[in-house]
Write a protein that binds this ligand. Structure first.
Ligand code: ATP
Length: 481
């Protein structure tokens, strides 16, 4: 299933801004490339995704605990992790337009074009050759492939390319008041290293036994060469990572376990299985012995949302070497000391946010009973993730209906996010709640005062039914947990 649809993608971006989900950063100063701010409903949605992940990892597993490590870390960490030497992407510039491209994106874009013209075999062959050249770090070969395929710059329309070069994606800054080589530190490009360097602290203080995991959610920074596509590729973003420490030799089975377990998390949230697929890596990162991406059918095509990597004992061994401190575990079951192997699950919170909007966004039209056309834009966000769970809407601003609405609000607000609204016609209020993805609206009318019933309206079906006020909280709670 592919449903690449640039117009739909643009509509999602506009909707996200108009309804207070995502704003371009520093907008009054014309923005800052690939940096975004989350608005009132965006930060609620983001928090709900984060909470679902955190609960699934820590609350639902006896053997996974959390950590919150600092963004700044000792600079040698990034030497040990390989990021100083290896965390780079091959890039190429077009001399005429001065536009810079990531080589893999440029070639993939050309492959998409071939595919759309019906040449799927040509596209596959091109990608296969690219993967091999990337795996060999063969920059001359990559440059030759760009020439051979006749790839042109989308802006200048020419093929006047520079040589292919490496570009390190880490941001650096200075620690303290005196600048100099020794003070140079980096903004972390992943949260994982904060977990590795605390491996023994956590293992000892939380009394963990291998196999066990450490989970972390936090900001990461990458100076992406080409940062576009809204919040899909940002320079400042948030990751949800979990490192699972296992006995050497068992990494294959744990890799298979986490590959399935993570897919189950996605579909368990209510996203359709057919919108997901696995993509095995051909080019493995310097630390991995197996790696797979979980891809989703975004409106911009199939793209990675999460990575699962079998990272071997690379990181712990390397930190052991660079720090001179032992990072080993004594396994009492087999009476052996070893450096554990690691399976990592790493998902971008912002990408998961974009996935949620991509799944949820719908423009609907239908014919009403009186024959007239009607329409709405609705976010079919899974109720567990929706920023507002219940909207409380008194039909009129008088006759004691607002008071009754406030009573319902007081009963429900500590259990889930409620929103009270008495302005505008009921139809307009429903549409606004649809656009925010609110799964339930409740309307209070004069009958409510007489018999204690209200009308609940379901976002997805737009069906309405009368229920007793007493049943409301339980009904909504059951759907949003
Ligand atoms: P890509 O190939 O898209 O650049 P990656 O393979 O470099 O991603 P990882 O290093 O595996 O990504 O990072 C784990 C997760 O972090 C990704 O699956 C993605 O969800 C998220 N992520 C990585 N880079 C970005 C970014 N620039 N903006 C937003 N999310 C990101």
């Amino acid at each position: 299933m592919t449903h690449t649809d640039p117009n739909r993608f643009q509509a999602i971006i506009s909707h996200a801004k108009e309804y207070g989900f995502v704003f371009p950063s520093s907008e009054i100063y014309d923005g800052l490339g690939a940096v975004y701010d989350y608005g009132p409903w965006g930060c609620e949605l983001k928090r709900n995704i984060r909470d679902q992940w955190w609960h699934a990892m820590t609350r639902m597993h006896d053997n996974i605990v959390g950590i919150d490590s600092a963004i700044f870390m000792h600079p040698t960490i990034w030497k040990a992790s390989g990021h100083v030497d290896n965390f780079s992407d091959p890039m190429v510039d077009n001399r005429d337009s001065k536009k810079r491209y990531r080589v893999d994106h440029l070639i993939e874009g050309h492959a998409d074009e071939l595919r759309s013209k019906g040449d799927a075999a040509g596209a596959d062959a091109l990608l296969e050759r690219m993967e091999r050249l990337l795996a060999d770090n063969d920059f001359v070969g990559l440059r030759a492939l760009i020439d051979e395929a006749g790839i042109k710059c989308a802006v200048s329309g020419t093929a006047d390319w520079t040589d292919v070069r490496q570009f390190n994606l880490m941001f650096s800054t200075q620690l303290g008041s005196v600048s100099g080589e020794a003070d140079q530190i980096y903004l972390r490009p992943e949260t994982a290293q904060g977990i590795f360097v605390n491996f023994l602290n956590v293992q000892k203080t939380a009394r963990m036994k291998v196999p066990f995991g450490i989970a972390q959610v936090g900001k990461a920074f990458r100076n992406e060469i080409v940062a576009r596509q809204f919040i899909f590729r940002m320079r400042e973003f948030e990751q949800m990572e979990m490192q699972f420490f296992v006995r050497p030799g068992t990494q294959r089975e744990w890799y298979a376990y986490w590959k399935e377990e993570r897919m189950r998390w996605h579909t368990g949230l209510g996203f359709p299985a057919e919108s997901y697929r696995y993509h095995d890596h051909v080019k493995l990162a310097h630390y991995a012995d197996a790696a797979v991406d979980i891809e989703y059918a975004f409106p911009i095509g199939w793209k990675e949302v999460e990575g699962i990597h079998s990272r071997t004992d690379f990181d712990l061994s390397s930190h052991q070497k660079f720090s001179g401190k032992k990072l080993q575990y004594f396994d009492t079951e087999i009476n052996q000391n070893y450096v554990p192997y690691v399976i990592e699950t790493s998902i971008g919170l912002d990408r998961m946010f974009l996935l949620t909007l991509s799944h949820a966004y719908a423009e609907e039209t239908w014919t009403k009973e009186d024959g007239r056309e009607d329409s709405r834009t609705v976010l079919r966000i899974p109720p567990k993730l929706a920023p507002i769970k219940l909207a409380i809407l008194p039909l009129v601003k008088k006759d004691g209906l607002p008071e009754l609405g406030r009573d319902i609000m007081a009963q429900c607000r500590s259990d889930f996010q409620c929103f009270y609204e008495e302005k505008d016609t009921i139809g307009k209020r429903y549409r606004r709640m649809d656009a925010l993805g609110t799964p339930f609206c409740v309307t209070i009318d004069h009958q409510s005062k007489e018999d204690g019933t209200v009308t609940i309206r379901y976002r997805d079906s737009m069906l309405q039914e009368r229920i007793h006020i007493q049943a409301l909280k339980g009904l909504v709670s059951a759907q949003v947990r």
